[in-house]
Design a binder for this molecule. Sequence first.
Ligand code: GLN
Length: 277
Amino acid sequence: MPDTPLDVRALLGLARMRIDPADSELLLAHVLERPRSWLFAHADATPSGDERERFEDVVARRARGEPVAYITGLRGFWSFDLAVTPATLIPRPETELLVELALARLPDGTALDVADLGTGSGAVALAIASERPEARVIATDASAAALEVARSNANRLRLTNVRFALGDWCTPLADARFDVIVSNPPYIAEHDRHLVEGDLRYEPPSALASGADGLDAIRTIARDAFGRTRPGGWLLLEHGFDQGAAVRAVLQEAGWCDVETARDLEHRDRVTFGRRN
Ligand code: GLN
């Protein structure tokens, strides 16, 4: 027997009993192929039986823990939506601080060279490229699948000042020199319990964890980026809220000057940077 048709308002009401209200809206908008705002203007619209079934299916996936961004294949970052897949980390809002600090070191209108190491979906590289059309950006990643996602994001956003190179951290940069090197590397300790909770369970382990204290990638980058930075150039690294002092020590040890840590909107240590003399 066919169910009674339910309108948008009723479907969202039912979904909210199982998942977060904001997630319900993102998922219904995704199934109906409409912007989220459409839902509020069309609360009385009645999705088809097929649409309702697909909505129930994605609500069930979300209720089991799958991240919304992997279900919809999209995540908002900076001024755009990025395609994401399980091959890429889901970009986080706090990473916008890394972008802002990099932009502050890239005067508008100058043809500076920027590298983003471990670009994932391309979030950081593409945000910088979109704000600084004259900059020449290179984005590296050790995952060919992630790089494919980043490349397709660049194409869709029509950003032509970003190149992509496959390989670990600085390796694909060869002997090029940069004015700014940025990275949001994996920085969680290998046995941290957060890795088996929430969205993190679904994200690529290589994008999240890095050695016993979480600092392996940061140590490699701090060391290898130094020789690839022009005098006066900067390295900026995102890290965990409790790693500020450790990352400053790693940068100083590797020869960086003027090392400082910036805090995110929640007043937590989030990005540490240093300059090459
Ligand atoms: N640079 C990407 C981001 O900030 C990916 C980071 C990562 O995979 N650790 O979202």
